[in-house]
Every structure is written in C-alpha cells, then in structure tokens.
Design a protein around this ligand. Structure first.
Ligand code: ADE
Length: 249
C-alpha cells in the first residue's frame, strides 16, 4: 500500500515512521510512504504558499495552486490515488473508515496549515475530507500520521498476529476489556481471579462484560451503534445503565 503525503513540513514525519511496526512494514515492502513539499510547487519567486482570506479575518489560507499542482504531480506519476484532505472540518475518522481505506492501494494525504486550505481544493481535487477529532491542531501532519498508522496496521501482514487488530477496541463496536500482565499483584492491586483460573469460557464472558461496562461508562454513544443481545442489555440494566432503544441484537 502506498501513501503520498503532501505537506509543507516533510521533516516532521520520518523519525516517527522509522520506528517500530511502521518501520518494519516499510522494510518488508508492505507499505510505502513518500513525501512532496507543497512549497516546491509554488511558482512565484518567493515560493509563496499562503495568502490572506478573501472577506477578511485572521490568519492565512493555503493557496490552491501549489496544493493542486502537487496533487497533479502525484497523479501523473501514479494515477488513481484516493485524495484525502486532513482538516478539522472533515468527517470524523473512525475504525470502520480506516478499514475501508486499508483496502485501497494508494492514498494521497494533503496536510493543511495556517487557517485552512482554499475551499476549491476540497471542492474539486480531494475526494474526501477527514478530521481525527474535535480539536484543532496546527496542521494536518499529525492527522496524516494518524491516518497512516490506523490504516497501515490493518494491511495484511503488518501486525504480527492478524487477530490482534480484529479484537482491538472499536473492531466490535465496543471498547476493549482491561488487560493485565505480571506481576500478579501490583502495589496492593491484584489481577482479577477469573484471569488466573484458565477457564476460557469464563474469561471470555468476563471480558465481554468488562467491555460492555467500560463502554457504557466512558462512551455510551458507541453502545447505540453496537448490536447488543437481550442478555447484554439486561446485564447493563442490572448494573444501573439506562438502556436505550438500540437494545435489539
Ligand atoms: N488539522 C488541524 N486539526 C485537525 C484535525 N483535528 N483533524 C484533521 N486535520 C486537522
């Protein structure tokens, strides 16, 4: 899978990508990440890439010409990439979308900066606008890294055990159950007995319940979209969580 990143700060990426799982994935040829500096596509002698917003207001807006020229340069070399603009105004990136993106062979990620990117980029050249959360960062570089990692780890072979990804939080619509490792007791808190007994059915049931409780406590919005069984709804009800109209599994 190939990622082309269009950014004003290509130097921000390499150290992150050259460690751990993503580094191994690149070494094994499972993913490939290339960069283009948007400034290289500015045609004026000062290499200007931004200007004041029409209509007034604070800050600077990334001009469409260098951004679109960079997109077109990628398209000429490798046609057919799926072009994504990272912006807090985009649709929220969720695990489900990451899974869909992981099936695409080529993503082109545009990192905005300043107060935003001229709307004509989103309107005519980006196929999708993505946000990584309801907060504003200084630019799209961290969001692009987030997209690369969220997507790359779903590419077959990138994670050691394929199932590690499938069981993660959100894969089943719920947050993951708590995990424990040694020591058995840490500063007065013991690992739950059920995990030490070796009864795999009981462990699976306990984990599912923990998953339900954690999701109800922290992210009740996710419960609304998950398919709970009647038993699970009843279980949550007994624990004092109000069960809404989503309950049918
Ligand atoms: N650029 C600045 N903030 C962002 C966010 N939350 N998501 C995506 N791109 C951004």
């Amino acid at each position: 899978m190939r990622f082309d990143v269009l950014t004003l700060f290509p130097g921000m990426f390499r150290s992150y990508l050259d460690e751990s799982i993503l580094s191994r994935a690149q070494a094994r040829g499972l993913i490939e990440v290339a960069f283009r500096n948007i400034r290289d596509y500015s045609t004026d002698k000062h290499h200007t890439v931004d200007d004041a917003p029409y209509g007034g207001g604070a800050g600077m807006v990334l001009m469409p010409d260098p951004v679109v020229a960079a997109i077109e340069a990628v398209e000429r070399e490798r046609p057919g990439g799926h072009v994504i603009l990272l912006t807090p105004c985009g649709r929220l990136l969720r695990q489900e979308r990451a899974r869909e993106l992981a099936m695409m062979p080529h993503l082109v990620l545009i990192c905005g900066r300043y107060e935003g990117v001229d709307e004509r980029v989103a309107g005519g050249y980006a196929r999708e606008e993505l946000s990584i959360g309801d907060y504003v960062l200084c630019g799209g570089e961290l969001p692009a890294l987030v997209v690369i990692e969220a997507v790359a780890r779903l590419v077959p072979g990138v994670l050691g055990a394929e199932e590690a990804a499938a069981k993660d939080s959100f894969a089943g619509g719920l947050l993951e159950h708590p995990q424990y490792t040694r020591p058995r007791e840490f500063r007065g808190t013991a690992v739950p007995d059920v995990l030490l007994g070796g009864d795999h059915a009981r462990i699976a049931r306990w984990r599912r319940e923990q998953s339900l409780l954690r999701t109800a406590r922290v992210r009740p919005d996710l419960l609304a979209q998950s398919n709970l069984t009647d038993e699970e709804v009843a279980f949550l009800g007994k624990q004092g969580y109000v069960v809404g109209p989503w309950k049918k599994g």
